[in-house]
Structure formats: C-alpha cells, structure tokens
Design a protein around this ligand. Structure first.
Ligand SMILES: Nc1ncnc2c1ncn2[C@@H]1O[C@H](COP(=O)(O)OP(=O)(O)OP(=O)(O)O)[C@@H](O)[C@H]1O
Ligand SMILES: [Mg+2]
Length: 321
C-alpha cells in the first residue's frame, strides 16, 4: 500500500486530536461517577437493607472507548429484584425515589426521570450521569436484567463480564483495540449526520472488532485495520453469525433468522443486533463499501490533496494532516 501522504501515524494523530476523549476529561468523568458510587456505598453501610445494591460505571467510559463527543456518563445501578416494580414506568419512578433518598444533597431538579433511566445532573461540572437499572437477585457474577435503553425491555446479561471481555481484547491489543473501535464509532457518527436511518450501536462495533481481532486481524496499522473492518462488512454483508466462546460454547446459541446476529458474549439467548432489520443492515453494508473504496483510493492516490480528500470521505471534513 502506498503511504506516501497519509500513513498510520497521521491517523493516530488525528484520533488523538479529534476523536478520542482526552485522558484528563475521562478521569474527571469517571471520578464523578465514582463519587456517586462511594456515596451509595456509605449509605448502604448505614442502611444494609436498602434496595439499591451497587453502582457500577458502565458504557464507553468504563471500557476506554469513549469519544470526545461523549454526552453522558453511563452508570448501571443494581436494584434488588424482589422489591423493585417490574413495569418500566413504575421502575423508573421507584429508582428515582430511592436515589433521592440515598442522595439527599441533590435537589429534586437534579434527579430527572427519563424513559428508561434516571439521570443525575451535576451543577458544578455540568456533567450528566445516566443511571440504568439492572434487576438483580444475587448472582455472584452480577448477572441481572439490564433495562434496554432502546426498548425498555429487560436483557439478561452481566455488565462486569462485558467489561472483562473487552479488557481481555484490550490486553491482546493494547491501545489499538480501543483506538480502532473509536475510529469506527467516529465514522458512524458522521454517517448518522448524513443519514437519519443509519444506526450502528457501539457495542456491536466492539463485538465485530473483537471477532476480527480474535481471528487474527492485526490492529497495529490503522489504515489497514480500518480497511479490513470495512471489507469484512462489505463482503460478509453482516450475514455471518458472530458469537464468542469466552463464557459459553457458541453452538449453544439458538438458530435465529434475525437480519443481524451478534450474540451477547455472556448470554447466547441475547442478540445484540436484534433491533436491526434488513434495511438497517443494508445501510451499514453500503456505508462500509463506500468507506472501504475511499481508503483504497486514498492508498493509491497520487497527490497529497487527493489522498486527504479520500480520507475525508471516511473521517469527515476535519481530517487533515
Ligand atoms: N443489547 C445489549 N445486550 C447486552 N448488553 C448491552 C446491550 N446494549 C448495551 N449493553 C451494555 O451496555 C453497555 C454500553 O452500551 P453501548 O455500546 O450502547 O454504549 P457505549 O459503549 O457507552 O458507547 P457510546 O460511546 O455510544 O455511548 C455495553 O458495554 C453493554 O455492557
Ligand atoms: Mg455510552
């Protein structure tokens, strides 16, 4: 591949400057979530029967895959399933009331009921912590019913096991696993801006990158790794079943004729791509084809200007070197 004008380190530098959440910002956001967790723990010390059992940083901040454009801090809150109401509206109201009790310093306006979560707004920093309930009945691996932020339905899964799963992929490819994920998420955000019907969930991207890395995709060279990621989507059409053997043998997964089949690494009954229909899939595949072509053209372009223009098709108008 011709690397005369744009090479790995140019993509890495762009990622550092424009794509990634800065380390110090991530540290501050994590600290905010951890202060909430610590306060809940001290409340639990005095009220051991309280129905909120544990708070855990979840989502991209916990996984180290957050973008600069991060909008809120995801926190999972384990709630005792015997006491919590099952109906989603009641559950959110119930959770908000318990949070008001455990955090009496917050004014009522700071604790806001959303459709499937409760958000806590910090006045000092302007940060928003999104608290997602998990109905929990004592599993030692912290499996529970996570309330889907897309549909409100309970999904049996384990956030700590997801964090472990991602940690192992990061250990196998330090820096590069998380960086490739962030570059692809950045690409997704650009596609969403130009196509209202485009969706591609971050967790799905992580699982696809994990799938390719597990099969031996080298992530060290970002132009090449991105090219291989897009080529995989374009060639496979997102038709293959993606499953992992970390926590169960993949042959246990049920047969399914869903358009996208990416099984939750901790629960082979939970298809992370369940909400994606053939149209959603086709848009992803088309966009991946375009991105793959653009990288190909960039790698064969003669002039620097031309090379940059092709990369801008993938990484947007702010891409420069
Ligand atoms: N369908 C699902 N099944 C199981 N777990 C899920 C599902 N959706 C989300 N999760 C859990 O929630 C976490 C956060 O999900 P998601 O990938 O949507 O957001 P994120 O990593 O915070 O990315 P973003 O930067 O887009 O906010 C996942 O790591 C996973 O633990
Ligand atoms: Mg998130």
């Amino acid at each position: 591949m011709s690397r005369q004008h744009v090479e790995h380190r140019d993509i890495a530098r762009f990622a550092d400057e424009r794509v990634n959440l800065k380390r110090e910002d991530a540290t501050e956001l994590r600290a905010q979530a951890n202060r909430l967790r610590d306060r809940l723990e001290s409340y639990l010390g005095e009220h051991p029967d309280f129905e909120l059992r544990r708070m855990l940083l979840a989502g991209s901040l916990a996984k180290g895959t957050a973008l600069k454009s991060i909008s809120d801090i995801d926190v999972a809150c384990y709630v005792s399933s015997e006491s919590a109401p099952q109906a989603i509206g009641d559950l959110i109201e119930w959770l908000a009331k318990r949070l008001e009790k455990a955090f009496p310093n917050f004014s009522p306006q700071q604790i806001q009921r959303k459709t499937y979560s409760v958000s806590v707004h910090f006045v000092g920093t302007g940060n928003e912590v999104d608290i997602v309930p998990i109905l929990y009945s004592g599993d030692p691996q912290w499996r529970g019913s996570l309330i889907s932020q897309e549909t409100g339905e309970p999904l049996i899964t384990s956030v700590p096991m997801h964090l472990d799963f991602i940690r192992q992929r990061k250990n196998a490819n330090p820096q590069d696993f998380a960086q490739l994920v962030r570059l692809i998420k950045f690409w997704v955000n650009l596609r969403k801006q130009e196509d209202d019907g485009f969706r591609f969930k971050s967790f799905m991207i992580e699982l696809i990158v994990a799938h390719l890395a597990d099969q031996g995709l080298a992530l060290k060279d970002y132009p090449e790794a991105m090219q291989i990621f897009f080529t995989f989507l374009a060639k496979d059409g997102l038709n293959s079943i993606i499953a992992f053997s970390d926590y169960y043998p993949p042959r246990q997964c049920p047969t399914s004729n869903a358009a996208v089949r990416i099984w939750d690494p901790v629960n082979c009954e939970n298809n992370v791509g369940k909400l994606y229909n053939a149209d959603n899939r086709a848009r992803i595949v088309d966009a991946a084809l375009d991105a793959g072509d653009a990288i190909d053209s960039a790698l064969h372009a003669v002039t620097k200007g031309e090379t940059i223009r092709y990369w801008q098709k993938v990484l947007g108008p702010t891409f420069d070197i």
